[in-house]
Design a protein around this ligand. Structure first.
Ligand SMILES: [Zn+2]
Length: 137
């Protein structure tokens, strides 16, 4: 089901809690909502559809892939500055991102995974993980 995008900063600033296996049904709504905004959307955090839970979806190779309870366990020493847009805000904001990250997360069957990401996908994951922390970009 396509849900409305949350644009209220007060709600977006609430830190999300760890997802449990009972929260995984939200993933379908997140992917439906991301697809509905696909012209401008490359990722979505659950709190952007009103659920303060640590689940993000990120576009990889044309598909929205869910990352449940993502944690960055290591990252490149190097960072770069970049202008980012967000579905929940007007305009863009400059921010600093790692070039590459190693992320531990659960997939949609709640199975633990560990994966390296770099480039734009790594940037989008870092943006969506900021949402989980209640950070506004
Ligand atoms: Zn955003």
């Amino acid at each position: 089901m396509i849900r409305e995008i949350v644009r209220d900063n007060k709600k977006l600033m609430i830190k999300s809690v760890e997802a449990t296996i009972n929260d995984l049904y939200i993933i379908d709504d997140m992917i439906d909502t991301a697809k509905a905004n696909n012209d401008i959307c490359v990722g979505l955090a659950a709190n952007q559809i009103g659920e303060s839970i640590r689940i993000i979806v990120v576009e990889m190779g044309g598909f929205f892939v869910p990352l449940v309870n993502p944690k960055i366990i290591s990252h490149s020493k190097t960072t770069y500055e970049v202008e980012e847009a967000c579905l929940s805000h007007e305009g863009t904001k400059e921010t600093t991102r790692y070039h590459s990250i190693e992320v531990e997360y659960c997939d949609r069957t709640f199975t633990k995974k560990k994966q390296n990401f770099s480039g734009f996908v790594a940037q989008v994951i870092q943006h969506e993980m900021d949402h989980c922390e209640g950070i506004l970009i």
